[in-house]
Write a protein of this length. Structure first.
Length: 410
């Protein structure tokens, strides 16, 4: 059944920053894959935390300490509900990058040696690539990559070949931040588990935009960031299968993650606290909880439908722009992210010219240098959509691209 449509015009009213004037024009924000804008409810939740509840968590016997702990643990419950996870498996980290580093160091580094292989893909963000190179340096394990096809999908034949012994871990993105490709992660997890291979999914570009049910997908690890899903910067989530987290040593050590400390020896707290050393980002958790409430109120299935429809509209309109090359699949397995180049115009110039018209896009390698090499480009321009974007925003981008062509004489 099709989800109800959302009214992006009404939703825009919840995001005060969208009233900003940029270069004399009303802001058109098409860079949500980098970070999303924040609704008033999130901004107010952070402010309310500091105004009425600021204290440290899991320590205080006083009222503010209890309020802060309720907010922090309430955020964990909210996140767990959103993604269908056991709250004991929800570890608060700084961002997706830290979540993946946690798994690289506390899981892979501890277990793998030269006889083992980690498999990644050519479309990974550096955050899901560099940590595995580091593990290779530390353990001598092998690291191989599933190639990306010319239409921006994972090579099926190589996937089958690489999801076999000696592979021990597959680390793959759910949605590509450059191509918008939605990878068939449910099938990949099933295939990998059939061969006894653990799976980490980078969900940074998925959780904000589409329903994600970890109970159904059943990954071993799944990482995402609050700041791409209407929440604040500084807090993210690593989901880990509780039995695995239980077995793993801590990533960072110090206060808050211990059970008993003597001068000789320390024992660890229960999960997830074992992985949350030091004072956490409590204000961030307050914002994240409000972001989850906000997205649930709008309805993630409606956010997904809106992203699909806007991307289809953008594809149709961009096909009218002379000299434009689009990267990535254009079909049902593509979501919310449109990368392209204009013939004869460097993507940074494209970014600068559209910015003059108040349109914010990203230009560069998008932290995916190996993918750029595979696409035989040094950089692309990238527009990315979210629940507050409208067809008018796409039209503003397209008009600005015609202007870029005029300036560069194409
Ligand atoms: N991509 C982009 O503009 P952090 O920075 O840890 O919150 O997220 C890292 C990350 C990991 N995986 C994927 C698929 C991502 O898209 C990102 C962040 C931003 O594409 C900033 S480089």
């Amino acid at each position: 059944m099709l989800a109800p449509t959302l009214d992006a015009g009404l939703i825009r009213l919840d995001f005060p920053i969208l009233k900003e004037q940029v270069n004399g024009r009303e802001l058109v924000y098409l860079d949500s894959a980098a970070t999303s804008q924040k609704p008033t409810a999130v901004i107010e939740a952070i402010s309310a935390y500091y105004t009425h509840a600021n204290a440290n968590v899991h320590r205080g016997v006083h009222v503010l300490g209890e309020r802060a702990t309720e907010i922090f643990e309430g955020a964990r419950e909210s996140v767990a509900r959103l993604v269908g996870a056991d709250p004991r498996g929800v570890v608060f980290v700084r961002n997706t990058t830290e979540g993946i580093n946690l798994v690289a160091q506390a899981y892979a580094r501890e277990r793998f040696g030269p006889q083992d292989r980690i498999v990644c893909t050519e479309m990974e963000h550096h955050s899901n690539l560099v940590p595995w190179q580091r593990v290779r340096e530390q353990t001598g394990c092998q690291l191989e990559f599933i190639p990306v096809t010319p239409d921006g999908r994972l090579d099926a034949e190589a996937t089958v070949r690489l999801l076999q012994a000696p592979t021990r871990l597959l680390a793959v993105t759910h949605v590509s931040n450059v191509l918008g490709t939605i990878n068939p992660v449910e099938e990949l997890i099933r295939q990998a588990h059939g061969e006894g291979i653990r799976v980490l999914i980078d969900g940074a570009q998925a959780v904000p935009h589409m329903p994600v049910d970890l109970a159904q997908l059943d990954p071993d690890f799944y990482a995402f960031s609050a700041h791409k899903m209407c929440g604040p910067t500084g807090i993210g989530v690593l989901y880990g299968r509780p039995e695995l987290l239980d077995e793993m040593p801590p990533f960072l050590t110090g206060g808050s993650m211990i059970s008993v400390v003597t001068l000789e020896k320390t024992t660890w707290d229960e999960i997830p606290h074992k992985f949350e050393a030091g004072t956490p980002d409590i204000g961030g958790a307050a914002g994240l909880r409000a972001a989850v409430d906000y997205l649930e109120k709008v309805g993630i299935p409606s956010v997904f439908r809106h992203g699909v429809e806007l991307t289809e509209y953008a594809d149709e309109m961009l096909s009218e722009v002379p000299g434009l090359t689009r990267y990535g699949p254009q079909g049902p397995d593509q979501l919310g992210i449109v990368s392209f180049n204009l013939e004869g115009v460097h993507p940074h110039d494209v970014g600068t010219i559209v910015d003059r018209a108040g349109v914010a896009i990203r230009a560069g390698h998008h932290c995916c240098q190996p993918l750029m090499r595979r696409l035989s480009v040094s950089a692309t321009a990238r527009a990315s959509f979210y629940l507050y974007n409208t067809r008018d925003d796409v039209d503003a981008l397209v008009a600005a691209l015609f202007e870029a062509n005029r300036i560069f004489g194409s």
